[in-house]
Design a protein around this ligand. Sequence first.
Ligand SMILES: *[C@@H]1O[C@H](CO)[C@@H](O)[C@H](O)[C@H]1NC(C)=O
Ligand SMILES: *[C@@H]1O[C@H](CO)[C@@H](O)[C@H](O)[C@H]1NC(C)=O
Ligand SMILES: *[C@@H]1O[C@H](CO)[C@@H](O)[C@H](O)[C@H]1NC(C)=O
Length: 262
Amino acid sequence: MVKVNTLFLLAFISLMYINSYLNELIPSFENRIVGGLPSSIKDFPWQVSLQMRGLHFCGGSIISNLHILTAAHCLHLVKNVESPIEVRIGSRKLHKGGKLYNSSYVMVHPLYNPKSTNFDVGIIKLNKPIKQGNTSRAIQIVDENKSFPTNTIAYISGWGHKKENGEIQDKLRSSRVKIIDYTLCKKYFKPGEISENMLCAGNPTGETDSCQGDSGGPLVIQNKLVGVVSWGIGCGRPYRPAVYANLANLRQFIDEAIRIKY
Ligand SMILES: *[C@@H]1O[C@H](CO)[C@@H](O)[C@H](O)[C@H]1NC(C)=O
Ligand SMILES: *[C@@H]1O[C@H](CO)[C@@H](O)[C@H](O)[C@H]1NC(C)=O
Ligand SMILES: *[C@@H]1O[C@H](CO)[C@@H](O)[C@H](O)[C@H]1NC(C)=O
């Protein structure tokens, strides 16, 4: 399963639309912050919650005063829902604090493939500009083609489950993970599952990880956004690193999407 709050989303969507694309919601991946700590929004001021009718379904990151970066699979889930996506910015709590914005439109990477989860990035443009401050601030994206050696320390944050089959957390949590380089990561998965648009991070023993509800959220190294929570098998399992969209290889789409004027 992908790392969205699938249960909430399934419940929510099935009320309105019958299942033509529900099957797509349950691919062979499990979603994933396991082993994390409660965190202040001031330490992760780019973190946002994507909601529909007040239900959190994914995370995202502020990348400009009008744009949120998230996972394509998050946007794919709600593509047939007519109401705007609500974006809560500047709060560590899901249901209060900060400020709510609506989406004005969304863009999904044109090569996004729901079956393989390749090119798992999308952008939400907001209906009005964000006032940036200590609790809401855009994060810079990693330089194009930049890669990081195994064991580089990275941070993840979100409101996702604290354990496999857990529940959405009302307060933001974060944890520390280690990058696993491309060649090594491929060995943990089946041939062809890991593309160059993916980046792996985790801990050899499991322990800290992303989980359901963290999808779309940030993977950060030295205050630069390098990844977006994408998919994994279970959460916090030993030898099962989580997979993130590799932004160093997806910059072209992001830069263009931000430049487009609507
Ligand atoms: C978002 O849109 C909904 C309905 O489409 C509207 O009721 C609400 O006031 C809007 N909220 C903001 C913050 O723009
Ligand atoms: C933002 O943080 C800085 C440093 O902690 C502080 O000096 C400043 O007063 C804060 N600004 C606001 C608007 O809270
Ligand atoms: C990144 O790699 C691509 C493909 O190899 C290349 O075309 C592009 O110029 C590189 N960009 C930078 C900034 O090095």
